[in-house]
Design a protein around this ligand. Structure first.
Ligand SMILES: [Zn+2]
Length: 425
């Protein structure tokens, strides 16, 4: 028997369901808890709830990315008003600039960036292998040259844990060995095995370094390229590890949507039911819906904000280019079903004008709209899961929304494979 209570957060009308979870896990001495509330009967979709010391995260969730401790062009209050429950920051970038000492001095990354909700910090593995120059992997870790000034740095599984504890992030990620694809199977296997050994070291480092008062927990990352056997083997290694959650890495690197779907279908049955599952670097509307259908709980991507800065805005029918002449005379909202500041206060013609004129307000309004659009997709997904109508909601979404690409869009300029997605405008 479940009862619902009304909440009065950023989006009144959202309900919180009080009921007994069907599976749960606790980490960090109770600082972190995941409750699996419902599993969809027709798909692998799951409705859950993460509790951290800095707030509750209803899942499935999309997490906006603030690579350098800022969601580009937006104030954290605006980010929160889009319905964001948690944001990302990036260890690689923050280590190089401003440095962990400055952030620790500020009292942690939350105080530093003015965001009081939960923060997940990516380990920086992806950036080291894609953005930094001359990266060299040994069993100990990876050395590389900073993309900013060429200075030499080293990251190890242990140092990456120390950095994230220094940031006081709520969810820390292990260092993993990310390979550019295509690569030889042997190379993928070696990187996958190394990532698993680095996970074991990260778990030990986390146990040793995190004090009893820590508010942080550690997630492991599954790898395995597009190889089914390696994916399964890697999923088991992450499942066996003492981590709070399981991330799926090495996808959204330019593969087609059916290939990513296949990898997810292979992976998620091998991950623990009672822990959250995080698909890294995925964030187009259609990939969120189909990722949820395959059992993913958490997503992040720079795509919605990067696309926004390039004038690409989401609507229920697909993505539009606001700079297009057809919007010049449209004195109506971009999306009349949207409740964001851009849609309730300004017309498409005005935002078209802002982009044509190079006014920064255009980028800001577009970023607000795209983040709100994705948050509303996730709200719709959670509502459908709560009411047992997810499969029909997914079919309705697919019938209307026209994807811009047959490939998974990462939106990453740092992406490892050329030609990946179309978000890198
Ligand atoms: Zn809007």
């Amino acid at each position: 028997m479940s009862t619902s209570i009304q909440t009065y957060g950023a989006h009144p009308g959202a309900t919180v369901t009080r009921e007994s979870p069907i599976a749960s896990s606790v980490a960090g001495g109770g600082a972190f808890r995941f409750d699996l509330l419902r599993e969809d009967a027709e798909t692998s979709a799951r409705r859950g709830r993460i509790k951290t010391t800095r707030g509750v995260i209803e899942t499935p969730v999309f997490m906006p990315v603030g690579t350098q401790a800022a969601v580009k062009t937006l104030d954290p209050i605006e980010v929160e008003q889009t319905g964001a429950q948690i944001v990302l920051a990036n260890t690689y970038h923050l280590m190089l600039r401003p440095g962990v000492d400055i952030i620790a001095e500020a009292g942690g990354v939350h105080r530093f960036m003015g965001w009081s909700g939960p923060i997940l910090t990516d380990s920086g593995g992806f950036q080291v292998f894609s953005l930094a120059a001359n990266s060299k992997v040994t069993e100990d870790g990876v050395t590389f040259a900073s993309h900013i000034d060429g200075s030499r740095w080293m990251m190890t599984p242990e140092s990456v844990v120390a950095l994230q504890l220094g940031f006081d992030s709520d969810i820390a990620m292990q260092l993993d060995h990310v390979l550019g694809l295509p690569a030889e199977r042997l190379a993928i296997e070696e990187a996958t095995e190394r990532s698993a050994r680095w996970l074991d070291r990260a778990v030990i480092a986390f146990r040793n370094q995190a004090g009893p008062e820590t508010r942080s927990v550690l997630f492991g990352i599954q790898q395995g390229g597009m190889d089914a056997d390696l994916r399964v083997r890697s999923a088991r290694r992450v499942t066996d590890a003492d981590v709070a959650g399981c991330a799926i890495g090495g996808l959204s690197v330019g593969e087609t949507k059916p290939v990513m779907a296949e990898m997810l279908e292979i992976t998620t049955p091998h991950l623990p039911r009672e822990k959250p599952r995080y698909l890294m670097g995925v964030g187009s509307p259609e990939d969120l819906w189909h990722g949820v259908a395959r059992g993913v709980d958490m997503f992040d991507c720079v795509l919605p904000t990067r696309a926004a800065r390039n004038g690409a805005l989401y609507t229920p029918d697909g993505r539009i280019a606001i700079g297009n002449a057809r919007f010049k005379h449209l004195h109506a909202p971009i999306d009349d079903s949207c409740d964001c500041a851009a849609c309730t206060r300004f017309s498409a013609a005005y935002i078209h004008h802002l982009f044509r004129s190079g006014e920064l307000l255009g980028m800001r309004l577009a970023s607000i709209h795209n983040l709100r659009f994705l948050a509303r997709q996730m709200e719709e997904i959670r509502m459908a899961l709560d009411t047992g109508t997810f499969a029909s909601a997914l079919a309705a979404f697919d019938a209307r929304y026209r994807p811009v690409s047959a490939r998974v869009q990462s939106g990453n300029t740092e992406t490892l494979q050329t030609g990946a997605g179309d978000g890198r405008q």
